[in-house]
Design a binder for this molecule. Sequence first.
Ligand code: APR
Length: 309
Amino acid sequence: MVNKITVVGAGNVGATAAQRVAEKELARQVVLVDIVEGVPQGKGLDQWQSAPIELYDSRVIGTNGYDESENSDIVIITAGIARKPGMSRDDLMNTNAGIVKAVSEQVARTSPNAIVIVVSNPLDVMCYVAKQVTGFPRERVLGMAGVLDTARYRAFLAEAMDVSVRDIQAMVLGGHGDTMVPLISYTTVSGIPVTQLLERSALDKIVDRTRNGGAEIVSYLKTGSAYYAPSAGAVQMAEAIVFDHKRILPCAAWLEGEYGMSGLFLGVPCKLGRNGLEKILEVELTPAERVALGKSAEAVREPMGKLSI
Ligand code: APR
């Protein structure tokens, strides 16, 4: 358990993340911050009143300022607008860049030693905004996308093979968009290569559905985007940090030469521990996967170039 975890944005992703953090007792205090008056206070109080039923002692509070969040160990940024049908994540860029910038300034001021987990979209570009504005080292600015994309991939695989999700090991790398790169070559069911268990055509369909996993949910919800799995993904990263688990999870990390690339956030296998990003693992890729990762990086650099912060 750490002393304090702040979640910025008390909307669908943020409020659900705060609840998950409290239920797992990752922190003594959970601070929910939002600009809308009353919403974080009301949701925070409601969550705190769940504690005697769910049996946790994490104290949840909501606020419109950052005083209560001072000296947080971890800050999860979910502030911003979500997609509606027909929108790509990149359509959110200008609005969310302004929001993530404003939030990052406050986080740097009040919690200068925090580890930041960004969830706001377009994810890889918002991570860049957070890193630039906070000035934090790359060890302390990470993005949640790969855990979510991998969870979608694993869920679809488990369903197709009628096996437990627990036994599916996989990694989805690259940017959090249509160019993401599910690594079929590293996908196993308890160590058995998935290619021995599923036809290539079935795998290709699952890869395609994974790439469009977010849009599929937006098309159902119509007024917003996914939040149960995104919040679970962010909290899994926080948990690995809090308990110094040294877990290997696909996260958006700032590249400094890894995979032959520098100066951008991209989904890569990361070791997460109490210091945040402790190592980026460089795994061998097939030529096709390497090309796909390069294309995904281009898709991240393109909107990054249009950004003014
Ligand atoms: N500071 C704090 N909170 C803010 C700010 C700000 N400057 N600007 C907006 N918010 C809050 C909104 O008031 C709202 O409560 O962010 C919250 C966003 O909540 P939702 O609209 O429910 O969006 P959500 O589904 O939670 O998605 C948030 O995460 O997955 C991504 O693409 C998604 O970028 C989106 C983000």
